[in-house]
Design a protein around this ligand. Structure first.
Ligand SMILES: *[C@@H]1O[C@H](CO)[C@@H](O)[C@H](O)[C@H]1NC(C)=O
Ligand SMILES: *[C@@H]1O[C@H](CO)[C@@H](O)[C@H](O)[C@H]1NC(C)=O
Ligand SMILES: *[C@@H]1O[C@H](CO)[C@@H](O)[C@H](O)[C@H]1NC(C)=O
Ligand SMILES: *[C@@H]1O[C@H](CO)[C@@H](O)[C@H](O)[C@H]1NC(C)=O
Length: 962
């Protein structure tokens, strides 16, 4: 689960938060925490499914697939929620926003899970009479093998089970299925513990992992024996089943501290291994996993290559499948590499090729799978793509690699054509990634934004690739001995370990080492001065997320270094002169602790990527940029109070594509935006003046502008670029209305708008002069602390409201706009058909959400029929602290909002009638599954259209205590 969480964090760091960026902020994250807690409770209530299931499953009936999947999802999401809630109390400002977003994501996922949790059709189905027909889900699972393992797990004869078979035959998949079954049935064991054992075996890490999976923690800084005793004691407290996946080496249970399972204690151990002697050594009863039958193999191949697309002569492709020797992994990978091939000659050639290699290897050896996989690798036919593939093996086994991170790494390693623009490089990287995925050398991970490598494929990559030392995420506390750093090493990955220090005189001799990854060793605070002295060939050095306080001097001489990554090195204060790093193309110091710009940067004439977004950095001396004519990416902290860059300074950077900074003032901004230099940027975040408290400092930029304390009232006072996507207006005193800003007419891409603390704004748009095309395009509108705002859209004095105003608006958020009485006049409603979320908080005079222009009485007095209003996409309506709110829509009207899922009404004492109905009137919206009311008494006084509504909605009701 920990890895899962990391991946989510990674994904969030990278995937630009699409919508909602404002609301997922600093302030709202508390609210999300509350929502999470609420939903967790709802979820737990639904978990009686598990008990029901246990009662219904018997020898003839098995759980439905969807039920099994659902329960697994529940387990996952629960762990996730716990994880987020645990982190909440003491996170920093920036992580809050991040956590908020993560929470938001979980909430969405939760909704989906809750939605799928209604098994009114029953939980079980009849078991098929005979063995299952060969389906893809069961592809690697031989039914008899699973039966055997299940038998051993339920019986008393066998305590230690060894699932043995060659690599790629499907051992892990079988055990994953059994693991999931065990989780569900919870009949015999209190704890089901899964640990992937990496090789070489690391006792310390194995101990930690086992403890972690039991929700326990072993003491650190103890010797292994003591920890073994401690672990043994922990394990003695529960009836466990321990699954150790992929064991390569013999070891003694006692050395690790694994309590030996016996008939008396009822515990069991299952290991999977490619080595029969390991199973024997541990005294396991062996269950052999054999390759697929001929027919299964053919089916699997057809499925993978897509039977509709297969245009090869039958004789040839069947022969090819035969060469795969029933190894599912080989079949999948080879099918992947032949996808889309239509030329008969090519097929025949491929077959010959494959046959040729296999003849040359001994049957039954480890090479059996190796040669078959290598066949696919060779078919990539492009040495660049092959190198990209090989570099994936630098990550830990079973690691889910975020796609964008991987592409960035390829660029940093110089594996992608270096001359083009950054954008071209990113596109190229994504293309290569697709190619690798299509050929099944990389698999999809659990997240859409990530990929992973099968461990057998990874073994191959490590064998084929350059000489490497990969000990990623293995719990190392010490750096490998100097002896392990051999002269022929080209790549070293020690990422995400617990390495805390490096011996003072260590100076590994690795003259051809090109890549060194030390990132994520957060306890590493010092690197000896001479450490890099004999690494003259180093090109990529990643020290991100380490605790280093200074960079060693030997770094100054790495003349071939192209990439130096120091992101999140928050303790980093001292950096020696970098002037000699002439080859450097990328220097990334995002969130590093430095307060002055490292000396010598101005000499780095090849620099293409410079991230100096360091919160403590006070200034950027002006002459620095002068020599950096190759820069494509330049980012500094746009929220700094002292660090500003003028448009003039960057104009010399002819290749700039991404630019993030605070500009000198509004005039400088206007001049710059008008310049041709600006037009070439593909991403920017430009700030003038102060930013709002929860301004979104996304890692992944799009096109954002924030104007703080600027005079943007009059005509032409501000020049906005046509392609701006996000606009923040903060404390601009003279700003009266969007209709006053001439340049808004042209901003066809503007999606997100945020206005905060502007004293004079009276209406967002004035329909008499609706100069703003933005009212047709904007998707999110957030209005915060606008004391004089009285209407969102002023329709007074116009004949007919144009029908499509706000027709793209999805999210509307308003807070502390105390003069607004009516949120939307009815005339606007026809446009609001895409609105999904309305939040209104702390508006002292708000009386109605939707209402007639003019006095309510004039319209209702003679109305005889009910008027119907529709907001077909509304999913969330949240009203909080609106002391004068009387109506959601006019007195006799009803509002049809069948998509509504969440309704929150807090501290709205005058609200009586809830006119919300679903498509089946007068029932409440069918999707409504979360209602939050405060104070509790309010619920009693609320009237729904449907007299029965309160009963129907009871299960969705929640009264917060906070
Ligand atoms: C579950 O589904 C059934 C039929 O689809 C429906 O009648 C019932 O109201 C649903 N229950 C819940 C709690 O959604
Ligand atoms: C460097 O490390 C950081 C932090 O762990 C990571 O996000 C980044 O992807 C790494 N980059 C490369 C090229 O290894
Ligand atoms: C550094 O690069 C230069 C030129 O690219 C090359 O001649 C030299 O051998 C490299 N040094 C090492 C130690 O690899
Ligand atoms: C630009 O680089 C040259 C040498 O390449 C150096 O002499 C000069 O001082 C640099 N300019 C600045 C402004 O640092």
């Amino acid at each position: 689960m920990a890895e899962l969480a990391t991946v989510i964090l990674e994904v969030i760091k990278w995937v630009a938060p699409p919508a909602r960026s404002y609301v997922d902020n600093h302030r709202n994250f508390k609210k999300y925490a509350k929502v999470l807690r609420k939903k967790l409770r709802i979820l737990e209530a639904k978990e009686d499914v598990k008990t029901r299931l246990q009662g219904e499953v018997c020898s003839e009936k098995q759980a439905k697939n969807e039920v099994v999947v659902w329960l697994q999802d529940v387990e996952k999401i629960k762990a996730e929620i716990q994880d987020v809630l645990k982190e909440l109390p003491d996170v920093s400002y920036f992580s809050r926003a991040r956590l908020g977003k993560r929470a938001r994501k979980i909430i969405v996922e939760l909704d989906d899970i809750l939605g799928r949790g209604n098994f009114s059709e029953g939980l079980v189905v009849n078991k098929p009479a005979t063995a299952l027909p060969f389906g893809v889900e069961n592809l690697e699972g031989e039914v008899s093998v699973k039966e055997k393992i299940r038998g051993y797990l339920t019986g008393n004869e066998v305590q230690m089970i060894g699932v043995w078979g060659i690599g790629g035959v499907g051992k892990t998949t079988i055990m994953k299925q059994i693991h999931d079954e065990l989780l569900l049935m919870k009949s015999r064991f209190d704890k089901v513990i899964w640990v992937t054992v990496s090789h070489p075996l690391n006792v310390g890490r194995l101990q930690d992992e086992i403890a972690k999976r039991m929700n326990e923690r072993l003491r650190e800084n103890e010797d292994e024996q003591r920890r073994a005793l401690e672990l043994k004691e922990m394990m003695g407290r529960v009836k466990y089943v321990l699954i150790l996946d992929d064991v390569w080496q013999r070891f003694r249970l006692e050395d690790v501290g694994i309590l030996r399972p016996t008939v008396e204690n009822g515990c069991k151990i299952v290991i999977t291994s490619r080595k029969v002697d390991v199973c024997n050594f541990l005294g396991c009863e062996i269950v052999k996993v054999s390759p697929l039958s001929k027919e299964e193999s053919l089916n699997l191949f057809l499925h993978e290559v897509g039977s509709d697309n297969l245009q090869a002569p039958e004789g040839i492709w069947k022969a090819m499948v035969e060469e795969c020797a029933g190894l599912p992994l080989a079949i999948v990978v080879i099918a992947g590499s032949m996808k889309g091939v239509i030329d008969v000659h090519e097929w025949r050639h491929a077959l010959n090729e494959l046959r040729g290699r296999i003849r040359a290897t001994a049957e039954g050896s480890e090479d059996e799978i190796f040669e078959r996989l290598k066949f696919s690798y060779d078919r990539l036919q492009d040495s660049n793509i092959q190198s990209c593939f090989l570099s994936c093996s630098l990550y830990a086994e079973d690691y889910e690699i975020v796609r964008d991170v991987l592409v960035e790494q390829w660029i940093d390693e110089g594996l992608i054509e270096q001359s083009g623009s950054r954008r071209a490089k990113l596109d190229k990287g994504q293309t290569i990634l697709n190619r690798l995925e299509n050929s099944c050398l990389l698999e999809n991970a659990r997240f859409a934004g990530a990929v992973k490598m099968h461990d057998v494929v990874r073994d191959m990559a490590l064998r084929l690739g350059p000489q490497s030392m990969v000990k990623a995420r293995m719990g190392l506390r010490e750096i490998p001995d100097e002896d392990d750093w051999t002269e022929n090493l080209e790549k070293v990955s020690l990422m995400e370990n617990e390495i805390s220090d490096i011996p003072p005189n260590m100076c590994p001799n690795c003259p051809i080492l090109t890549t060194l990854m030390l990132q994520g060793n957060s306890k590493l605070t010092q690197i000896p001065d001479c450490f890099f002295a004999n690494m003259q060939g180093l090109k990529l050095l990643n020290l991100s997320e380490t605790g280093i306080e200074s960079l060693p001097h030997s770094i100054c001489n790495l003349e071939n270094l192209t990439t130096l990554l120091l992101c999140y090195c928050e303790q980093l204060k001292h950096v020696p002169c970098l002037a000699k790093l002439k080859a450097l193309k990328k220097l990334d110091m995002f969130k590093a602790g430095i307060d002055v710009v490292p000396e010598g940067i101005d000499m780095l004439v090849n620099l293409q990527y410079l991230d100096l977004l360091c919160p403590e950095l006070v200034e950027l001396p002006t002459q620095i940029l002068g020599n950096l004519s190759q820069l494509q990416h330049l980012t500094v902290d746009p929220c700094s109070t002292t660090l500003k860059i003028t448009g003039e300074e960057v104009r010399g950077l002819k290749k700039l594509e991404t630019f993030q900074a605070q500009l000198y003032d509004l005039q400088d901004f206007n001049n710059y935006v008008k310049s041709n230099h600006f037009k070439r940027l593909s991403n920017y975040q430009l700030v003038v003046g102060q930013v709002a408290e929860y301004f979104n400092l996304a890692g992944h930029l799009s096109k954002e502008i924030s104007l703080g304390e600027c005079e943007i009232g009059g005509e032409d006072s501000v020049v906005l670029p046509d392609d701006v996507k996000e606009l923040w207006i903060y404390r601009c005193r003279k700003f009266r209305s969007f209709s006053d800003i001439y340049f808004l007419q042209k901003t066809t891409e503007l999606r997100d708008c945020f206005v905060s603390e502007c004293e004079e704004i009276g209406c967002v748009v004035d329909m008499v002069t609706p100069s703003s095309s933005f009212i047709y395009n904007v998707e999110q509108l957030c209005l915060d602390k606008l004391p004089n705002l009285s209407v969102v859209a002023n329709v007074e004095g116009i004949e007919a409201t144009p029908p499509h105003i706000f027709s793209n608006l999805r999210l509307f958020w308003m807070r502390e706009c105390s003069r607004v009485k009516r949120l939307f006049p009815i005339e606007l409603l026809q446009g609001l058909q895409n609105l999904e979320e309305i939040t209104v908080e702390d508006c002292q005079q708000m009386e109605e959400i939707i209402g007639w222009e003019g006095e309510e009485e004039n319209h209702t007095a003679n109305a005889t029929t009910t008027t119907t209003f529709t907001l077909p996409k509304l999913t969330e309506l949240s009203l909080e602290n609106l002391p004068e709110l009387k109506r959601i829509c006019p007195t006799r009207g009803v509002m049809v909002c069948d998509s509504l899922q969440e309704l929150e009404i807090k501290k709205c004492p005058k609200l009586k009638r809830i006119p919300l109905v679903g498509n089946v009137r007068p029932s409440p919206p069918a999707a409504l599954k979360m209602i939050t009311i405060k104070p509790k008494e309010l619920w009693e006084s609320l009237e729904w259209e449907d007299p029965n509504a309160k009963n129907v909605l009871q299960p969705s009701l929640h009264f917060p205590t906070y």
